[in-house]
Design a protein around this ligand. Structure first.
Ligand code: GAR
Length: 228
């Protein structure tokens, strides 16, 4: 089967983008990164993609001012020019109009560093610490007009420690983000994810085998222990 052509949209460091580029190097991976698009000229992720010989494009939002639709027309033209079939948001910090989101419905993924529907929006790690949850994690979901909502494709859980700061928790969550995003994109690119009544069902796999990661449990099973 032909590999799905994917655009990764970034605004910053692009570590999730890098994890997708790395996964896509594997010859059996069902997707290829056709283009990386940034809305920020100085996004470090652009140079990271270029160093891997991935085509990049800058679609600066600033010349468009408040004209979101105008920005999205330029963005769509870039996606069309690269024959993009799936879009992955990776720390893309622009709100998209419902029209654009609906155009890409079921074909646009986002990653958010919390176990959605908990802690959407800004400062999810601060929100998690404030709430005192003992588990946090990351979610890959299909994008819908509402921010950080939409059918959940895959989640990964990490413990929250008593002495965590937003930074230490973010670092622990980021590690699982880099595992779960390639996994979720693989499932979608293979056509194994069906959306039914606002939920994702993964064909041919129990969720625990396909779309849920719990690294602490893995470590215990492997007998290497976790910090208790
Ligand atoms: C990631 O932690 C991602 O989950 C988050 O931004 C960071 C981008 O890092 N996204 C959101 O908060 C979306 N609401 P990266 O540029 O290194 O991938």
């Amino acid at each position: 089967m032909a590999k799905k052509r994917v655009a990764v949209l970034i605004s910053g460091r692009g570590s999730n983008m890098a994890s997708l580029i790395e996964a896509a190097k594997e010859h059996t991976y069902p997707a290829e990164i056709a283009v990386v698009v940034s809305n920020q000229p100085d996004a470090p992720g652009l140079a990271r993609a270029q160093a891997q010989a991935i085509p990049t494009a800058l679609v600066d939002h600033r010349p468009h001012g408040k004209d979101r639709a105008g920005f999205e027309r330029t963005l769509q033209a870039v996606l069309d020019a690269h024959g993009v079939e799936l879009v992955c948001l990776g720390g893309f910090m622009r709100l998209l109009t419902p029209q654009f989101v609906l155009h890409w419905q079921g074909r646009m993924l986002n990653i958010h560093p919390s176990l959605l529907p908990s802690f959407p929006g800004l400062d999810p790690h601060g929100q998690a610490l404030k709430a005192g949850v003992k588990i946090s994690g990351a979610t890959v979901h299909f994008v819908v007009p509402e921010t950080d909502a939409g059918p959940i494709i895959a989640q990964a859980a990490v413990p929250v420690r008593d002495d965590d700061s937003a930074e230490t928790l973010a670092a622990r969550v980021l590690e699982v983000e880099h595992r779960i995003y390639p996994l979720a994109l693989r499932l979608v690119a293979e056509g194994r994810v069906k959306i039914l009544g606002g939920r994702c069902l993964v064909e041919g796999a129990h969720p625990a085998q396909g779309a849920l990661l719990v690294p602490e449990a893995e470590r215990r099973q492997a007998g290497t222990g976790g910090r208790e």
